[in-house]
Design a protein around this ligand. Structure first.
Ligand code: NDP
Length: 305
């Protein structure tokens, strides 16, 4: 069994992005963040993304809105960002307060600046396998982890647990895309006898949000396990009183797997790295640079059979 080191792979991607950012100077990729309210996880995610952007030599900006901001105010700000040629990528941090429709807000972002890949247009383009589409960052990061770990996807049976628009659905589209060529089964909370499907998986992607739901008896020997889950469970030994675990029972599943991602340190760091890659790609596109230099950042990644 080997552990897929998401921190190391993300670092490698960030070095590649940084080197490319230096090469296109004096153009500086700029990602604009929008945060609504003070949800602690959102504060921490945006802060991490801004820090990473700075490390990669990119510019970032942040506009904060009160929890009760109206849709119209957000639209006005997004329209300004859309029209600002110095802004290459826009990210509205989810979750948004209940009175706002995330789909409606995300869809206000110009397609060319949708570096998070959540607009209806980007997701539709992903389904159509159009080149230059911004794939959502977590699914794109999962594909990159598989690619850089030498996992053969063509002909593999990939089972995805979860059908959210942020992870499950787009990762299923990327895995089954031409060039990646996995055969994909998507499971969810209404799937009877989940283990019947997961035991058939050569590649198992768990994007559920339930701590350690995937147990050793649900996994085929030699499978590649990608654990997307981020769950906080009580732990009196920790200063914070809790610790992070994934959707996979790591200690018992790891000995059966050929490759497995840990939590933390697996998929998580890739999400931020792919955001930087997408922002660089958006900047290069805006500057009219050749498609070749930006293609790997955005297109479904082809794998050798
Ligand atoms: P959602 O809650 O939107 O989706 C969870 C999915 O899991 C749903 O499709 C749901 O089914 C399914 N599900 C729930 N319970 C079961 C069950 N018992 N058996 C089978 N399927 C089940 O979550 P997200 O997709 O947004 O996130 C999933 C996890 O990934 C979370 O822990 C989240 O924190 C983490 N995450 C991590 C990221 C990273 O960067 N590492 C980024 C994004 C998310 P149904 O549709 O029927 O309700």
């Amino acid at each position: 069994m080997s552990i897929i080191d998401g921190n190391a792979i993300a670092q490698q991607i960030l070095l590649e992005v940084k080197s490319r950012v230096a090469a296109i100077a004096p153009i500086v990729p700029h990602v604009a963040f929008v945060r609504v309210g003070d949800d602690p996880a959102s504060v921490s995610y945006v802060s991490k993304k801004q820090k990473t952007a700075a490390e990669a030599g990119m510019k970032s900006s942040l506009r904060l809105f009160a929890h009760d901001v109206s849709k119209e105010e957000l639209f006005a700000h997004l329209d300004t960002l859309n029209a600002d040629a110095s802004v290459h990528g826009i990210l509205v941090q989810a979750p948004l307060p209940g009175h706002l429709s995330e789909t409606e807000i995300f869809n206000r972002i110009s397609r060319n600046k949708d570096v998070d890949g959540f607009t209806t247009s980007s997701l539709g383009q992903l389904a159509q396998e159009l080149p230059g589409t911004f794939a959502p960052c977590t699914p794109a990061g999962i594909l990159e982890l598989l690619k850089r770990s030498g996992v053969k996807t063509a002909g593999a049976h990939a089972v995805v647990i979860g059908r959210s628009l942020i992870v499950g659905k787009p990762v299923a589209l990327l895995l089954s895309a031409r060039g990646t060529d996995a055969t994909v089964t998507v499971c969810h909370s209404r799937t009877p006898n989940l283990a019947r499907f997961t035991r058939e998986a050569d590649i198992l992607v768990a994007a559920i949000g339930k701590p350690r739901l995937v147990t050793a008896d649900m996994v085929k020997p030699g499978a590649v396990i990608i654990d997307v889950g981020i769950n906080r469970i009580p732990d009196a030994a920790k200063k914070t009183g809790c610790r992070l675990v994934g959707d996979v029972d790591f200690d018992n599943v790891a000995p059966k797997a050929s490759l497995i991602t840990p939590v933390p340190g697996g998929v998580g760091p890739m999400t931020v790295a792919m955001l930087m890659k997408n922002t660089l790609a958006a900047c290069e596109r805006a500057a009219g640079m050749p498609a070749q230099s930006r293609e790997p950042a955005t297109a479904p990644t082809p794998f050798k059979a």
